[in-house]
Ligand binder design. Sequence first.
Ligand code: M6R
Length: 615
Amino acid sequence: MCGIVGYIGHRDAYPIIINGLKRLEYRGYDSAGIALYDGTQIELAKTKGKVVDLEQRANGSISKKGTLGIGHTRWATHGVPNDANSHPHYSNSGELVIIHNGIIENYSSIKKELINRGYTFHSDTDTEVLVNLIEEIKKKESVKLGKAVQIALNQVVGAYAIAVFDKNKPNEIVVAKLGSPLAIGVGEDEFFIASDASPFIEFTNNAIYLEDEEMAIIRRGKDIKIRKIKNDKVVKPFVQELQLNIEQIEKGGYDHFMLKEIYEQPSVIKDTYRGRLLVDQGIIKLGGLEEYIPKFINADRIIIIACGTSWHAGLVAEYTFEDWARIPVEVEYASEFRYRNPVITEKDVVIAISQSGETADTLAAIKLAKKKGAFVYGICNVVGSTISRETHSGTYTHAGPEIGVASTKAFTTQITVLTMIALKLAHVKGTISKSDYMMHLHELDMIPTHVAAALKSNDKIKEIAKVFKDATNFLYLGRGYNFPVALEGALKLKEISYIHAEGYPAAEMKHGPIALIDEQMPVVVIAINSNHYGKVVSNIEEIKARKGKIIAVVTEGDTVVRELADYVMEVPKTPETLTPLVTTIPLQLLSYHIAVMLDRNVDQPRNLAKSVTVE
Ligand code: M6R
């Protein structure tokens, strides 16, 4: 989704904004733009394409002067990706300039009114309507920029993070937020504005995260005034100290962020359970959970809401929660749940899972569940994100920034947190034996070592990728705990290689997908030692009989599947309940290598956004 960056202070704004936009590239975008103001002249450059294209455009066309500026990466919603629809947008007078992440839903009726009053439009965007609405209010009501922004935002319906400045106010930027993220970096006599803290982390560790329906007037060399958009109430700025560092958001020698993040998994899984999984004492300690354990244990059911990869992590948890804690679980796509008038009561516990903590559908589903009286627990990666603030309590995954659009370490760390919660509840409830509980604590502590071992197959997986890179379809099969892994494997391949892939429960194959199998069809089968091993072997035989090509994920030392499969990718032995944490590794690597061989944009695949902040 769109990214926004702004600066007001004593340095040249151009390099800060360009580098900031590059840091936000992971969000997904199709055009980029920048506006600078040196107190005399506003300069604007924008283009369809990437930030490097913007730099080229800026090179010939603007002087790049100014210590105030705003920049934007656009992910098209209203209007195709082209130069005109790129942000920033001028108002008709040329005095106001705006950038916007979000959607103004009632823009077309406002646009009609503005056209009746003589306004003209140069783009198809809702954002150009907003900046002209602000201009109209400013003129008609004779108010300053901040007041005009506030009045305008009370008239619009939708979501936004905006930054806007006025030619007549060279020392001021006005920002506002509803539904899209907005962070303000607070430096020495300088301020930074961004969709997240990564664009300004080398300048300051202090940040203010605006809440929904808040706006701020940021004045050069002065402090920040924050107000509620609806009722004008003054809000005291809360400055947080960030834990982020520059190394975490750089590639560190890897060709892609995705590969770096795949390789980070042994250490980040450890970070996720550090201080929480106390094996020697036989304790799992999750700060956000302790006081709510009775709520979970006495719940009629647990409803898990999420999207994409996070939804797959939720599916894995359905198995562990039901298996160990004997609490009924439903796993819902947030986007369906929010529009289905679901039956929810105060006796339900809702778990919302989100890497970014900003996914619009998940956020709306949380609000609905809260309205209906459910207790909502969040599992997020991004600290301070909207979902982490909107839920009653929760646990952070501590995976560190995930920049690659395709989720990897977010998935395994989400499963780690969910596994700890399920074990804890089962232990307190007495539905797991002491020995089984202790065995799982020990085995969970071994997972980083097992993941590191699974990563050692990288070269072999690269060879397998070479063989299958030109396939046009893939089928992924898994059973039980590894059915969600099959879905996740297929999603990874689709996202970054653009090859069609489907994930299926292995036993369902004969109810339809078997018709697709011929010698052209690679079938990735998760065939590890488990309760279903024999049945999965039978599925493999069925595929072989139809000349399908088998790539199997097997447990180290396996002999039976090795004989049958065309290729095998080994993972270390671990209890079946924990296998998703290791079986997912070769599937991530397989997708990665195929995408690289096909010359795809691995970290920023086409049409995708890292955090989906619109419906
Ligand atoms: O930030 P979230 O976990 O809420 O994001 C949910 C999905 O948009 C996300 O998992 C998406 O499917 C990823 N690109 C998957 O790799």
